[in-house]
Design a protein around this ligand. Structure first.
Ligand code: SF4
Length: 347
């Protein structure tokens, strides 16, 4: 197979044509791309801590942390640095090398940045890589976080531009692109993906992946989330997506962004082991590990360990490729906040 091209000019027709390939043909092509750039038997394992939960003023239709939806998620203020440090030390002791922190904000206020910077600095001081998902960033925020030692910033596109207005009304697609530009300009690494299964068409799924692949730089991490319908949210009664359609989304993401680590994020609890195995074959190279993903469930740790044993997978160890270093252990607690990481189902 020829070396996969790194492109930023994918047309919608090209992406739709990939989705339309016979399933086995698509997986063959995706796995070929995966093997060119990644160890097919290694899976990055990440840990995510919600450092500020619930009470968010935004209206992301999938999110249990939005204050306007009655989901039973209690609002909590920003955690103290010492409390975060305690969780980060535990994650490190469990083998984590990266610690991801999510806050349910529209975005941090100027006064929040020194507090988050202190947390980042402290976690970084433990020798951990750091990642944050805080929402829309204001002027100077990305640079301040970078200066504090932040390695990655997560901010998802969530869905296709033309479907976005069906899901979120309190911020524009363009707002997200501006924050992503600030992240890149500050020299931070980018984690950016989206959610499938929100009622979008295949064409719109192609639109999401096209938008991700045509960013000025491919995100180093691309979380692909499957909607976890949470009662009380507008999407609480959403019909589940065909699992093979989800696998197709993973495969197309793999082909479009050959160097990125595609993360199988929120929704794994709804997938059986065979579907997860297909996702790994199709090019997923990362998962969140822990009992909960921000506020929704995540397969329990022992089940994940058993799945790794059955599939002969091993956690990705420190690597210099793409500047990504993982083998983290998430202590996640969200629908992958739509900021996105699995926090948009986000990371
Ligand atoms: S996804 Fe993030 S921004 Fe949207 S409502 Fe949830 S916490 Fe707020």
């Amino acid at each position: 197979m020829p070396e996969a091209a790194i492109r930023h000019d994918w047309t919608r027709e090209e992406v739709a044509a990939l989705f339309a390939l016979p399933f086995n043909e698509l997986l063959h092509r995706a796995h070929g791309v995966h093997r060119q750039h990644h160890d097919p038997n290694a899976v990055q394992v990440s840990t995510l801590l919600s450092i500020k939960t619930g009470g968010c003023p935004e209206d992301c239709a999938y999110c249990p942390q939005a204050a306007r939806y009655d989901t039973g998620v209690a609002a909590q203020k920003l955690m103290d640095t010492d409390d975060v440090l305690q969780r980060a030390r535990a994650a490190k002791a469990a083998g984590a090398s990266r610690f991801c922190m999510g806050a349910a904000w529209r975005g941090p206020k100027d006064r929040d940045i020194p507090k988050v910077a202190a947390i980042v600095r402290a976690v970084k001081g433990l020798g951990l890589e750091t990642c944050a998902t805080l929402g829309l960033l204001g002027h100077g925020h990305a640079q301040a976080l970078k200066d504090a030692g932040l390695d990655y910033y997560n901010h998802n596109l969530d869905t296709a531009p033309e479907f976005y207005g069906e899901i979120i009304h309190t911020r524009e697609y363009q707002d997200r692109l501006v924050t992503l530009a600030q992240v890149r300009d500050a020299g931070l690494k980018t984690c950016c993906g989206g959610i499938v299964g929100m009622g979008e068409t295949r064409e719109q799924r192609a639109g999401l992946l096209q938008a991700l692949a045509n960013l000025p730089e491919h995100p180093q991490s691309v979380p692909i989330n499957q909607l976890v319908p949470v009662p009380g949210t507008p999407l609480g009664g959403a019909e589940p997506i065909d699992p093979f359609e989800f696998v197709r989304a993973i495969a197309v993401a793999r082909i479009l962004m050959p160097l990125s680590i595609v993360r199988l994020s929120a929704g794994r609890q709804q997938m059986d082991d065979a579907v997860q195995a297909l996702c790994f074959f199709a090019g997923a190279g990362s998962i969140f590990y822990g009992e909960k993903l921000l506020t929704t469930g995540n397969p329990d740790v022992e089940a994940d360990r058993a799945l790794f044993r059955r599939l002969d997978l091993h956690p990705l160890e420190v690597t210099a490729s793409m500047g990504t270093v993982h083998a983290d252990i998430v202590d996640s607690e969200t629908n992958s906040c739509g900021h996105g990481c699995g926090c948009s189902a986000a990371a």
